[in-house]
Design a protein around this ligand. Structure first.
Ligand SMILES: [Zn+2]
Ligand SMILES: [Zn+2]
Length: 212
């Protein structure tokens, strides 16, 4: 527990010196503003990856003082971040609401989702059909529009990822979608729902995606 206390104390110290630094900056800013002979220009630029934004001062070419405001942006798509944003639990990237994917009770980025659960679009579609109660290879093959052999391949992929399982004995066994499979559907829906073939399948299945 000593370690935890040390970390907590260090964090407190960092936050104290940051707020001291911030008030010094504000002070400097006020002084610069009072001095009307100095023209203050403001320039907004996107901040580096992993950085939470900030401001700094520099002299511009005409000798005036320029205030540079670094705006925190989404590390995936580059959109300016709103006040509330997510951090990928795996790699620490800052994520806007469009790029944050909910998986297994955590927010992750697309790269980390793919790393943790590499699911092809084809298998995602087969999984959707299964979750919708389809069982026969023929039926699934028709609605997903992939060959029967390919459906079998997808089933193997889904089984090896533990997204589906088999209940019952031998020829009476039935495939079921595991909890992890349902989580995969909700995570990958956000990834694939914009694509035409997935939307078409969704319509055919009468599957209501959360976002319409
Ligand atoms: Zn984004
Ligand atoms: Zn990530």
């Amino acid at each position: 527990m000593r370690r935890e206390e040390d970390i907590r104390r260090t964090l407190r110290e960092i936050s104290q010196s940051l707020s001291r630094f911030n008030s010094r900056l504000t002070e400097l800013e006020n002084r610069l503003n009072q001095n009307s002979s100095l023209i203050m220009e403001e320039r907004k630029i996107p901040d580096f990856q992993g950085s939470l934004g900030g401001r700094s001062f520099s002299t511009n070419r005409s000798g005036g003082i320029e205030k540079v405001i670094r705006i925190p942006v989404c590390d995936v798509c580059g959109e300016a971040l709103a006040e509330r944003f997510s951090i990928c639990k795996n790699c620490g990237k800052k994520l806007c609401s469009n790029c944050a994917i909910h998986f297994s009770g955590q927010k992750v980025c697309l790269d980390c989702l793919k790393q943790q659960l590499p699911l092809s679009k084809r298998s995602f579609k087969v999984l959707l059909a299964l979750a919708n109660g389809m069982e026969s290879l023929r039926e699934i093959s028709q609605i997903v529009q992939v060959k029967r052999e390919d459906v079998e391949e997808c089933l193997e992929e889904l089984q090896s990822l533990e997204l589906i399982g088999e209940k019952g004995l031998s020829i009476f066994s039935r495939i079921y979608v595991a909890d992890k499979g349902l989580e995969a559907i909700s995570a990958y829906t956000k990834v694939f729902e914009g694509e035409a073939d997935v939307r078409m399948l969704k319509d055919k299945l009468g599957w209501g995606f959360e976002n319409g």
